[in-house]
Ligand binder design. Sequence first.
Ligand code: IPE
Length: 265
Amino acid sequence: MIILKLGGSILTKKDSVNPEIDYDNLNRIASEIKRSLDKKHKELVIVHGAGSFGHPPAKKYGIGKEFKNSEYPEKRIGFSKTQNAVKKLNMEVCEVFTNNNLPVISLQPSTFISTSNGRINIANLDFLKKYLKEGFIPILYGDVVLDDDLKIVVLSGDQIIQYLAKNLNSDKIILGTDVDGVYNKNPKTNNDATFFKEFNSLDDLDSFDLTTNVDVTGGMLGKVKELLELADLGIESKIINIGKKDFVYKALEDEDIKGTIISKK
Ligand code: IPE
């Protein structure tokens, strides 16, 4: 079974102040997935990010930060608005995927996942498994969820991937983003950024510039931390640039492409 994350930075124009979809990327990726599945059937679960649909409202309402009870009415509105925004993105992603004849089924994380201190503690995967068994492609996405301690939090698609990889028998985890993999600094703004072909432990994070590329779910650093937890369990994953043509296809086909492998040494 393959778990594929489609980063919000690719599916949307993430820096846009308004929610905006990148249809060129979305259509291209849908057709690459179709091409690979037509070649040979694969069990696939897709998780997508929130991009300019989810990050701006989550940030505006400070979802995930501690708050006083008197602020709860305002926070609830922020939660609802964020949930609705990411649902809209998901509907559009599913629309494009079904138009490409991909049998996707959308599972809304805020309706069956909750967290404790920001980490998933309840998530019943029975339905997801049933759909997989029937040949469907479940699609989940970064969302807002209820939390036992913090009341409401942002749940990143990266944490969902990590949870799924741990709890389903997954043999390939591909994390698609808008850079070639892990760098010590943001490669878009730093010519001297160093590329990591492989990442094996939290010690490698020492050389990170923590001030760059941070969004409400921690940017690249957040992704690497999630994947390192998997590496500790012996589950390998790879971060690739799915802004590049055919990279999703090649990753699904096990072709050798540039990227950062996160594994245990
Ligand atoms: C964020 O999900 C979810 C919300 C902001 C509600 P991700 O962290 O997976 O989104 P991207 O991939 O960074 O856009």
